[in-house]
Design a protein around this ligand. Structure first.
Ligand code: ADP
Length: 558
């Protein structure tokens, strides 16, 4: 550190010397103004630790060293043209950029870049407008900085909640656009966010502006002398996803091929009635039967939303830390888990779902759901009004109707200095697959000294199995164990034909390597596209394991 010269960041971008960095920053200031550029040159700038006030410069839930995944500077474009100009600048200097929208991607790396010393592009600070909410079309058009909570508040403040709902993830503070292009999920019938997006506006690595789908067809009234981003868009842009020709949108998800500056998202028409419920499932092994019951109901949309089967400890952790239940510093045993379930009046597994529509619709669906789950001996059925003391049901009651909450933050405090990492394999909706994944992951957790905390999030034909690896970030041994365990789990999973849907920065290469069918054919395609669109490799190098030809990916192994 002593050799750093004045004005240097903690970490320079790779291959960039002090003088070029200074020149780059000077030019960035000319573009966006001094207020919108911060150089990260002091370890104190890495102090933030809370989701409520997230870091824009490093990974708060670090598993590598705290000062590894760190940006050299953060630049906040004020508008689309700034984004285009910054991209051209970064091509000129060959400085890597790492775009993020809000930076609340916790458990996956937050706002931090894959390549240390990249310049973070904070898309959300200034570009945070809800550009349109269309009631008849039931959609919104948003900029990167619009959060789920912000969009929900907008609906409430404009008396639109009786018409439209927004789907929200467990925590409401993230970016609608950022979460959707990372293919995140929520829990209403519109839970698959990517499925419900419609139309993107993207800046390509060379600064070109593109509208996808119907957006590629200009609006006849558009004034061609205006900058492209300000031209009125095609009237069907948010109505039809596919337009004409190859469908491009997918390549901008979990991607380093463009910076998304606008996105259409479908909102759910208020269904005219709502009832959430909890079904407690008593025994560990009942998971098998529960998943078998769920499969046909979900595929037929009798289960209308994205329901979850939560392990007892996920619910327990929302209402208390480990100390509140046990003095043990070992993984809790089955006997201890049963005692916690009894104390909280919950099952070893707890199924949270909801019914949507006017009473006759809900009643008919509930009859089927209840009759189906009654096959599990000892299953119990609750509405929120039956058990007002059940904190988690009250939270899920909100979440499953698109009312954002921050209450699920609490499970991270299961351990002191709690941080978390997600292991997120995809499973078929079968009892065998769910049990097998539960067994493998719980066994590894216990081997490495962690409690199994997790849930099964049920999509239309698959389950996102989310294992929440909670560790004490101030304890280097726990951090190492968490890191080693997730590496082992990725291998365990791949051997059984399971793959993850999303991951932390530190694991991207390993997981990308597991998707290697036919001699890495998919990675070769991804690299070909990357090198064609971004020949200098300036945009998010290494994201999701895709390294441009200007980088030696192996040299960046974590
Ligand atoms: P959250 O919505 O949870 O706050 P982030 O803003 O941290 O999410 O974004 C998560 C990840 O998604 C980023 O690290 C980045 O890789 C990608 N991303 C987010 N916003 C954009 C964007 N506007 N353009 C391209 N990629 C983005």
């Amino acid at each position: 550190q002593a050799s750093r010269s004045a004005g240097d960041p903690l970490i320079l971008p790779p291959g960039i010397n002090s003088q070029s960095f200074k020149d780059f920053i000077g030019k960035a200031i000319d573009i966006v103004g001094e207020d919108n550029v911060t150089v990260i040159n002091d370890a104190q700038q890495l102090g933030k630790q809370s989701y409520l006030d997230p870091s824009k410069v490093h990974d708060m839930f670090y598993i590598a060293d705290e000062d590894y995944f760190v940006s050299s500077a953060v630049v906040c474009p004020r508008n689309v043209q700034d984004v285009q100009t910054i991209l051209r600048l970064s091509n000129e200097f060959e400085v890597p950029l790492w775009p993020f929208s809000v930076g609340r991607n916790v458990g996956y790396g937050g706002a931090a870049p894959r390549v240390p010393g990249s310049v973070g592009l904070d898309m959300g600070k200034n570009m945070n407008k809800i550009l349109e909410v269309n009631v008849d079309g039931a959609y919104a058009l948003v900029e990167p900085g619009v959060t789920f909570a912000g969009l929900h508040d907008y609906l409430v403040q404009n008396n639109l909640r009786d018409k439209l709902w927004v789907d929200v993830p467990d925590l409401g503070g993230g970016s609608v656009l950022g979460n959707t292009i990372e293919r995140g999920v929520g829990y209403t019938p519109y839970g698959d966010h990517w499925m419900m997006h419609c139309g993107l506006e993207v800046v390509l690595p060379d600064g070109t502006l593109l509208r996808t789908g119907m957006g590629a067809l200009p609006d006849p009234s558009a004034d061609p002398s205006l900058p492209a981003d300000q031209q009125p868009a095609n009237k069907c842009w948010q109505h039809f996803n596919y337009g004409f020709g190859p469908y491009n949108d997918g390549i901008f998800t979990q991607s380093s091929l463009g910076i998304v500056v606008k996105m259409g998202i479908w909102l759910m028409p208020n269904p005219g009635g709502y009832q959430s419920y909890l079904i407690t499932i008593p025994r560990d092994e009942d998971l098998h039967q529960a998943v078998e019951i769920i499969r046909p109901l979900r595929a037929a949309m009798v289960l209308q939303n994205v329901p979850t089967i939560r392990h007892i400890l996920l619910d327990a952790a929302v209402v208390g830390d480990k100390k509140a239940y046990s003095n043990s510093d070992k993984p809790l045993t089955d006997v201890e888990l049963d005692a916690i379930a009894k104390k909280l009046n919950l099952g070893r597994w707890n199924f949270y779902g909801a019914l949507y529509g006017p009473p006759p619709v809900r009643d008919a669906l509930w009859q089927v759901v209840k009759a189906s789950f009654s096959a599990i001996p000892g299953a119990k059925f609750y509405f929120p009004e039956d058990i007002p003391e059940s904190k988690v049901l009250q939270i899920r009651h909100d979440t499953m109707q698109g009312i954002p909450s921050m209450d699920e933050l609490k499970w991270v405090d299961w351990l002191p200095n709690g941080a978390h990492l997600f292991f997120s394999p995809i499973a078929k909706v079968t009892g065998d697959d769910a049990m097998a994944q539960y067994k493998v992951t719980r066994q590894r957790c216990e081997e490495y000294g962690f409690d199994f905390i997790g849930d099964f999030v049920v999509g239309m034909r698959e389950i996102h199995h989310i294992v929440c690896i909670v560790f004490d970030r101030k304890d280097p041994k726990q951090r190492r164990n968490a890191h080693e365990m997730i590496r082992t789990l990725i291998d365990d999973a791949a051997k059984r034909g399971w793959g993850e849907y999303r991951t932390h920065l530190a694991l991207m290469d390993q997981i990308a390597d597991t998707y290697n069918f036919n001699n890495n054919a998919q990675m070769k395609l991804n690299e070909t596209i990357k090198n064609a669109l971004d020949p200098k490799g300036v945009l998010a190098p290494g994201k999701n394991g895709i390294w441009p030809k200007t980088y030696d990916g192996k040299a960046w192994k974590v």
